[in-house]
Design a protein around this ligand. Structure first.
Ligand SMILES: *Cc1c(COP(=O)(O)O)cnc(C)c1O
Length: 484
């Protein structure tokens, strides 16, 4: 489509917006023109306000309720971070503003944030450099595996497979497969971590990378880590660290020191961006020294005169993986969050996250089966196997919690625990909230014993009860029905 604007006279600074009659001159092929006006609903502003306010009341969020959704780190995100992200000097920036010259005064601050936030993440993780571009955890994983592939290719070594333990988040095998690798799964041992013997048998010269989440999705730390890294090194396989839930180790230990070559972080889980409903997020990727040449472009560099610039001159780079520089607003929130908490605050995050998870675990482990009874990190996984004897499933327990004012934990993941209930209380919850949640879980366990039928009708307090969740996603119905 070709747009023809009238030659506009320069405004105060730049170009005046086109006059409305200019649309008469836009050349749109007549076949594409509307034959009749759009049938938009005629609703008053008040009706719209009421509609969306009503919808927001039906929503379930951390700002209203406890949300112990395992592996998702649904913690409270301080409003201070939102304020930082909406500061006009940042929020009103256009991504095409020049880096220096005319707009230099405008973009230098944003470039500095990108640069300095990457430096903070390097310090936190022990990695040599970060790209801030990936826009989600899974996107970071794909970027990381592409970096690993570029590294092996540059050395002329043909590697075909990526090793992933069976407790991994589903995005791990998916990312490796999308990057062109075959995925080999290694099972977990009786302690809930990747079986070392099985791993040794699977590891060979074809192995490009080993993807680990540590602590893993059972909330357990793998004490064999050092040995796994040594073995991988001996086969020239790189180590990938899924750091989506870094609140388990924040300020205590660093993937870089453990020998990992690539780590992705979910800023929208660990570093204070609300992320229910799918975004926006950020999944920056840190790398060890040897992967730096392959990082995506553009990169923010600090020049000798103290100014910042975008640098595209990296012939071995895997290229662009996101438009512009990533989800800048999310990065800004993470930056504000890290600076506000500081060194001591970050350590307290992980200490409290781990303390809260262990507190809840100890309160619940008599009423529910705890398949791996060890000190956990940021989360733990129960099984509804005892309740199943009365026909009560993890799903029924999850729904019963909704009636008691709690968002359900993650259920049916990780796959290696039958009827799994994965609980991540996060560091931001008070003892009173944890106690109330434990009381609700214990009450549900009692009802499962005494009157299991009563749990099948839950939830009864929500606008809709049990949905066919697959159908609800595939055939979403968002019709506007005034005053419905
Ligand atoms: C959430 C999560 C991911 C994926 O992150 P997205 O931003 O949802 O793509 C990957 N790994 C783990 C362990 C996670 O918890």
């Amino acid at each position: 489509m070709k747009l023809i604007y009238e030659k506009s006279s320069p405004g105060r600074k730049g170009v005046r917006p086109p006059e409305s009659d200019v649309f008469a001159k836009i050349e749109i092929p007549s076949a594409l023109m509307r034959k009749k006006p759009a049938e938009l609903p005629e609703v008053s502003e008040l009706d719209v306000v009421r509609h969306f306010t009503e919808l927001s009341r039906r929503n379930f969020g951390v700002d209203t309720n406890f949300y112990p959704l395992g592996s998702c780190t649904m913690k409270y995100n301080p409003k201070m971070c939102e304020q930082a992200a909406k500061m006009e000097g940042f929020a009103a920036l256009h991504p095409l503003l020049p880096q220096l010259r005319l707009g230099g005064m405008l973009t230098q601050g944003a470039l500095q944030i990108l640069h300095d936030c990457a430096a903070l993440l390097c310090e936190i993780t022990g990695m040599a450099e970060f790209t801030m571009q990936p826009m989600a955890g899974a996107h970071g994983e794909l970027t990381g595996i592409m970096l690993i592939a570029a590294y092996h290719n540059s050395r002329g070594s043909k590697k075909t497979k990526v090793i992933v333990p069976d407790s991994a988040h589903g995005t791990n095998p998916a990312s490796a497969a999308i990057a062109g690798y075959s995925v080999v799964t290694v099972k977990s041992n009786s302690r809930g971590v990747m079986d070392l013997e099985e791993f040794e048998k699977t590891l060979d010269d074809e192995t490009a990378a080993v993807m680990l989440t540590s602590p893993n999705t059972l909330g357990l730390f793998n004490a064999d880590l050092q040995r796994i890294v040594e073995l991988a090194r001996s086969k020239d396989a790189l180590m990938y660290y899924d750091g989506a839930n870094l609140n388990a180790i924040l300020g205590r230990c660093r993937p870089g020191d453990m020998g990992f070559d690539v780590v992705h972080l979910n800023l929208h889980k660990t570093f204070a961006t609300p992320h229910g409903g799918g975004g926006p997020g950020a999944g920056p990727v840190g790398v060890s020294e040897k992967l730096i040449p392959f990082l995506p472009i553009s990169r923010v560099v600090k020049r000798s005169d103290g100014t910042f610039a975008l640098d595209y001159d990296h012939p071995q780079s895997i290229g662009y993986i996101a438009p512009f520089y990533g989800n800048f607003g999310v990065i800004l929130k993470a930056y504000a969050y890290i600076l506000a908490l500081g060194r001591e605050g970050l350590v307290r995050v992980s200490e409290t996250a781990v303390l809260n998870a262990n507190y809840l675990m100890s309160k619940l482990k008599n009423a529910y089966e705890l398949p791996y009874d060890r000190t956990c990190k940021h989360e733990f996984v129960l099984s509804a196997s005892k309740q199943m004897k009365n026909g009560v499933r993890a799903l029924d327990i999850a729904k019963a919690l909704i009636d008691r004012g709690f968002h359900p934990p993650t259920v049916y993941f990780p796959l290696i625990v039958k009827e799994s209930i994965m609980i991540e209380p996060t560091e931001t919850e008070s003892k009173e909230t944890l106690d109330a949640f434990a009381e609700a879980m214990l009450e549900v366990a009692r009802i499962a014993d005494e009157n299991p039928e009563a749990l099948r009708a839950a939830p009864s307090t929500t606008p809709v009860s049990r949905l066919d969740e697959v159908k609800a996603v595939k055939k979403a119905d968002f019709a506007y029905i005034p005053n419905a």
